[in-house]
Write a new protein. Structure first.
Length: 276
């Protein structure tokens, strides 16, 4: 199995190919870790794919009628991000949610008989919540960002405390994610339970940390979503570099300085984190 070359003419497939390569090179997606789903307009899909040719129809274990008729590019379960650019038609697929929200059609990809990521529940449930919040929402991205995972071993998992520490690590952080981060307790991955819990957090923020596992991010474009996770991961890296020197830290960004920063950039910090 290998590329058919058609995917190199499909812009939204190219975007996923580039993102998966970048995420693997960053060390965020070892082996078959990580997944992406990308909501694409029907008219855009029809420019490149004959959607009347359904390859397979598979059931969903959870109803997603809110996504009926919508098309998604989704990374495949068990697939390695490092291989996506080599064989996108094997490692990716384009799916269409059925009218009743109880199944989906594969209209392109998964050429070796594969199927979408095992985290599809978390993706779809989060897409539903983010679309309610922002009609321009398009991307859900999950990865095993190294320093975020490390931070969940040594930092208080209170959302407000976790958010404030990240904001204090790099000046740009508050500007990039003023809505803060959600933090879940540990869950078995790939379950409806972790999907529901993640989606609940996505009602209020675009980043959800899975302790000892990774991070879930949402955005309107691939670049925005990648950049969101990239910024959090950089902040977590700085925290891990300085956390062993806590007694020697001479200064940090104060609550007043963070408040001044928010005013300067016209963003509103999530309530309850800063004390000014």
């Amino acid at each position: 199995m290998g590329t058919t070359n058609i995917e190199y003419n499909i812009p939204f497939v190219q975007e996923v190919m580039e993102a998966t390569r970048n995420m693997w090179e960053m060390g965020w997606d070892e082996r078959n870790g990580g997944n992406i789903s990308y909501l694409v307009d029907e008219a855009e899909v029809k420019k490149y794919i004959d959607v009347t040719k359904v390859k397979r129809t598979l059931p969903l274990e959870f109803p997603v009628k809110e996504l009926a008729g919508k098309y998604f590019v989704v990374t495949g379960t068990g697939k390695y991000f490092k291989n996506v650019t080599l064989a996108p038609d094997v490692n990716l697929g384009i799916i269409r949610v059925a009218a009743d929200g109880m199944s989906f059609d594969i209209v392109w990809g998964y050429a070796d008989g594969g199927r979408p990521t095992s985290e599809l529940a978390a993706h779809f449930m989060s897409h539903i919540e983010r679309l309610k919040k922002d009609p321009q929402h398009r991307i859900i991205m999950h990865c095993h960002s190294t320093n975020v995972i490390a931070m969940t071993f040594v930092h208080d998992l209170s959302e407000k405390a976790f958010t404030k520490t990240l904001w204090q690590m790099c000046t740009e952080c508050l500007v990039v994610f003023p809505d803060g981060v959600g933090v879940l307790p540990w869950f078995v991955p790939g379950t409806n339970e972790i999907g529901r819990a993640t989606a609940e957090k996505m009602k209020d923020c675009r980043l959800v940390v899975w302790p000892q596992h990774g991070i879930f991010g949402a955005g309107t474009t691939m670049d925005e979503t990648f950049g969101l996770i990239e910024t959090v991961e950089k902040a977590a890296e700085v925290y891990m570099l300085v956390s062993s020197h806590r007694e020697g830290i001479k200064q940090t960004i104060t609550d007043q300085e963070l408040t001044d920063l928010a005013k300067a950039f016209g963003v509103t910090p999530v309530a309850g984190v800063l004390k000014v």
